[in-house]
Design a protein around this ligand. Structure first.
Ligand SMILES: [Fe+2]
Length: 214
């Protein structure tokens, strides 16, 4: 499996291109950078994505969606159950499997940052969107965010995965682009809460520390 990383978009966003084995078929995670970036890197003829997996529908993660659909008319767009204005969207359920060539992605529903947040696990790689970054979790300041839900998603669905699972987040917010779950726990107090209430307290402290910085 090969993962190519593209940074750009509205806020140090990442779009990933995943290919498996010798198959030319590939999968794109989030439509956060212009399609041209991928074409320039891979070459027009060699870029044959089958599926576009959306981590959640915040604008910065889907800003180039139409562009991708126009460039690749057969592209299947996968996202959590949502309204129907995305063309050819495939609505996901928790623990769905998405097969593309030799790649097998498992869908993990991780509400909290948004109700429609999902992570995608393939081998020991986890695409986390805005649920988990290098050094911290996603934020829960949005109108549809829920800190307690985020705690349950992160602590019962992500941190229970093997410690050597490598996360590929939705933004380049850390000192490095990717990190193992094990190492991320060491550098992030938000990943060392003793229980749900402690997590809520730590999130409040985190937001207060951001305000002080601004
Ligand atoms: Fe987001």
């Amino acid at each position: 499996m090969k993962i190519r990383t593209f940074e750009g978009g509205l806020d140090k966003n990442f779009t990933y291109l995943v290919t498996g084995g010798d198959s030319p078929q590939s999968v794109i995670i989030d439509a956060a950078v212009p399609v041209e970036h991928l074409v320039q890197s891979v070459g027009n003829n060699r870029l044959t994505p089958v599926s576009l997996l959306i981590t959640h529908t915040h604008h910065d993660h889907i800003v180039y969606l139409r562009e991708y659909q126009q460039a690749f008319p057969n592209l299947k767009v996968h996202l959590w159950r949502h309204n129907n204005h995305y063309l050819k969207q495939q609505n996901l359920s928790h623990l769905d499997m998405i097969h593309v060539g030799s790649l097998k992605f498992t869908v993990i529903h991780t509400p909290g940052h948004t109700p429609d947040s999902v992570c995608y696990l393939v081998e020991r790689k986890l695409f986390t969107g805005d649920t988990l970054f290098v050094g911290r979790t996603g934020r829960t300041i949005g109108a549809t965010s829920d800190t307690r839900q985020l705690y349950r998603s992160v602590y019962s669905k992500i941190l229970t995965l093997p410690g050597n699972t490598v996360i590929y987040p939705g933004h380049n917010y850390g000192d490095v682009q990717t990190i193992t779950l094990e190492e991320n726990k060491k550098i992030s107090p938000l990943l060392r809460a003793t229980d749900e209430d402690d997590f809520v307290k730590r999130m409040k402290e985190y937001e207060q520390s951001r305000r002080k910085l601004n």
